[in-house]
Design a protein around this ligand. Sequence first.
Ligand SMILES: [Zn+2]
Length: 513
Amino acid sequence: MKKILHNNNFILFVFLFFCTLWSGVFYVFPDFADNPITNCSTAFSVFVYWCCICIGIFLLLYLIVLNKYVFAGLFPVFCVLGTIVGYYRYAYKASLTPMLVDAVFHNDFQTSAELITLTLVLLVILNIGVAAIVVYFRFKYIYVNHVCLQLFIAFTGLFVLLNSNDRLHNGIMQRYPFNVYYNIKLYKGMQHEIKSERYCPDTLSYSLPNDSLVVVFVLGESLRADHLSINGYYRETTPYLQNEEQMYSIANIYSEYTHTNRSLPHILTRADSVHEERAFDETSFITLFKNSGFKTSWISNQDPAYTYIYFLNECDTIIHAHPERTVYVYSEWLDEDMLPALDSLLSNISQPNLIILHTIGSHWFYNNHVSDELRKFSPVAENRVITKNTSEEIINAYDNTVVYTDFFLKQVINRLRDRNAIMIYLSDHGEALGENGNWLHANDSYSIKNPACMVWYSDKYSVGNMSKIEALEANKNKFYRTDFLYHSILSAAGIPSSVIVPELDIFTASGND
Ligand SMILES: [Zn+2]
């Protein structure tokens, strides 16, 4: 047998093929198992995608198999990690994210231990066994010639695959084993962001007369103003909000930026069209709230990006409702999952509170962000490839997310109704729904630049803030850029900072025309 295999590269490639197939089925396929497949063509595109990841694995294993000691050291680790990643993706629909890396490094032992099941232990043992047999086979039967040449071929192949196309690169980097490297790198990047120094435009501390005030800022996702019936949309998408007293829709907001990562730093800081750099070198309004005695909390239902992770870290408390989700997970992912965290913060109010809720809102894939009973419009887009759905299906699915947001905000308001509270909702940007052939966001149609915005306040809040409410009434139809938020939220909280620009404050009567 030894003789037959000697000098035979063919057997090396057959060996690699079976190693890749094993990895592709057990470590990568769970990532594709919940992709909605509606017909042969989507099944084919998912298969092609899976094959691309497998080619990446083949080339990676090709790199390490060339030296038997390197292979013996790395392949068992590759199998064990792959088993764990594949198992959690399949059983818990959990993808590796930087927050999950953080949780792995910082979780207490008990929480981690609860996630280890007998099935997982058996799968790990099985995969260690398989890895041991494979390593034995490598030592006994595989002979490699021209190591440098083969190393060069493997490395070049991998380099070309990862750099040929941005979309393919991103897709591969979110799948095993590349996602391990990618998410650890992102996690390290976040650590860097946390440490970076920023300028605080107002370091004074102000003491507030009222220690029970709750300011809630709901950061929306992809909600365009013109699809809300409260703003005159022909479908009833906001049945609750439009009947809520003390609810103001601020319909004429302009967002310069059309994707979350760029828009959020702009909204949260003093950045404006003249001083865009403030989004990256100044602290947000959160620090000013903190300096004025507010307890500050961020409840996140999104996978935070490096451009705004800094602001989460300005808060006293950060709660991730779904640390295991990325946009590559095609399963239910609802904003109401943030409510238990909100309840727990509200159950313990001993000082003024600022609570930021970062929603998943109307993010594509729309159906995942709507509970079954709120799917008011049908038929809906079922295909994850947006162009394979009709416009009607996409708009129906999108409008269902608006109905869901109406429901979600009602849940938030109900929790604030009997308190001294104000809620401001602002979406990070809008969404294109077929205008000029554009879909989703991060392009330039007007619908993307007109995010939904609303303000609601409780009876108790109105008692000491009549002048603010009169100003809001007078300003609600005026045109503002998203720059208004920073100034207005400080004003809503009664923080008398000198950095507030009255023209950008919707709670000041001299508001901008
Ligand atoms: Zn967004």
